[in-house]
Design a binder for this molecule. Sequence first.
Ligand SMILES: [Zn+2]
Length: 633
Amino acid sequence: MSSKYSKIGLKAGLEIHQQLDTREKLFCSCEPKLFKGEPEFTFVRRLRPTQSELGQVDSAALFEFHKGTRILYEANNESVCLVEMDEEPPHDLNREAVEICLIASLMIKAKLVDEIHVMRKTVIDGSNTTGFQRTCVVALNGEIDIKGKKVAIQQVSLEEDAARKTGKDGQLIRYRIDRLGIPLIEVTTAPVIYSPEEAKETAFAIGRILRATRMVRRGLGTIRQDVNVSIRDGALIEIKGVQELELVSKVIENEAQRQLSLLEIRDELKKRGVKEADITEDFVDITHIFKQTKCKVIAKAIKQNKPVLAVRLSGFAGLLKKQLALGMRLGAELAGIARFWGRVGGIFHTDEMPAYGVTAEELNQLGRLLKKDSMDAVVFVADKLENATDALKAVTERARVALKGVPEETRAANPDGTTKYMRPRPGAARMYPETDVPPIQVTKAYIDELSTRLPELPEQLMKRLMKDYKLNRKLAKQILDSEYLELFESLAGETKISPTVIVVAFTETLKALRREGINVKAVTDGQFREMFRLIGSGKTAKESIPEILTWLASHEEATVKDALKSLGLGMISRKELEELVDDVIEKNSEFIEARGKGAFGPLMGIIMKKARGRVKAKLVKEILKSKLDDAIS
Ligand SMILES: [Zn+2]
């Protein structure tokens, strides 16, 4: 255990969601396939959560939030039917999906339930047309081994994936329901993870087991993690939607740091003598100050007859711009909360002023009106009176909580490992039975039968990879952790290329390209297959792999032959090579005279550089040797 994190009492738990590679969706026969381009049809629904459905969720807030919100659902016929549209009851549970979950559960030694019951879990954001997500517990109390420590798995569930958000225009949110109903396995660990590194290892270990079933989907968005993080004196924070396993440790590091910084702010406020009663909801209309403003946002709002409302945060000067963790500031936290509760675009605050066209003179006037002294900060918002008021109420409330420390909340993960405020943390999810779907018995005979055909566990698989393909441990582990294990095994069986070359392409090469910002996930299995086939048959060299993949990543429908043609990466003929060698020998005649046979190495280097990726070194050696001998004699 890392002493740094044990000192601050870090505790984390993971929820891993992985799409299953079934032929059909969980409750209908639609193909689990996402579509690109324009939807074939759309329909609009209004969000109408009822008091009873909301349960312990802060219902007043959510009513307010959803007031007037409409959802535009986008669909096409191939991946959507009446079930996703909530026009027809769900069909029976997909048995294939159930079986994959049972197998994964047995692999982590979890206890299978006797009977699988489908439940409804309320969702409040419109991501399900029904207003709830269907979910069922499949197994309980498993464990996985992380470097000798048993990490407890609390439960394994089978769930339907939600619709994916594709945009938002004001009060209209767009969701694409092709993803709705794709089966997901959810693996939940106990909060027994004590360092970011351990969390990452646990996430990878679970990912490895799920992939070892050979029945999970791959590609961006097919695996998503939620992370729960707390530190001593901090709060339990739920972070949603970590898209890459590699990001798990970074998200936890940042969250631990964010909570530590919020505790520092709490202590600083105490030191400054700030009391809860000092932070009041005395909102001041300061619209007149900005009648001639150069600030575009404010000028536009005023033109639309929206007021500018301000509130003083006593004793907060300098704290709003304080960096909590990488790229996260208290000011941004307040803005996130203002957006959620007030539906405003954002907030202004004096810690980041003068800026955005707001002048020092405007700030002076604002300071006088708000009775701001040098230790205070002022937050202001330009929006409809109702929205601006709600936003500032939320800001003052959040500022008061800063005196206590860290508020419990749900946050959303960004792709860079930072997080942002998403919504208040709901109470325990309220579940109620889905009466339209009959339960499934899990008999002992079925369990026994499944137990006889469990897939290889990751450790066994790794040993076999090392043995069968003569991979070293590092490469075997890398391909095991990649999404390309199956493709690798099938390619290794059908081409003559060394398995090591294929693994390096799928792991190190892709990683390096990804770091350069190349969207390697766009390269299809078919393109990989063609590339290795062409390398295997000598049409191009393995050295060309990075260039070919880079080109393919931005040419979706193209073939590898197109890539070779466009990049000039076809193999050069023997005749061309001989001409190249002649040319190099001629240009370096003095050097050859001086060095004799010792010129071989440097000349080889020159030729390989010129013909990189288009020639086999062995052939160059052979031709150069013979021609060099002729030249010397
Ligand atoms: Zn369907």
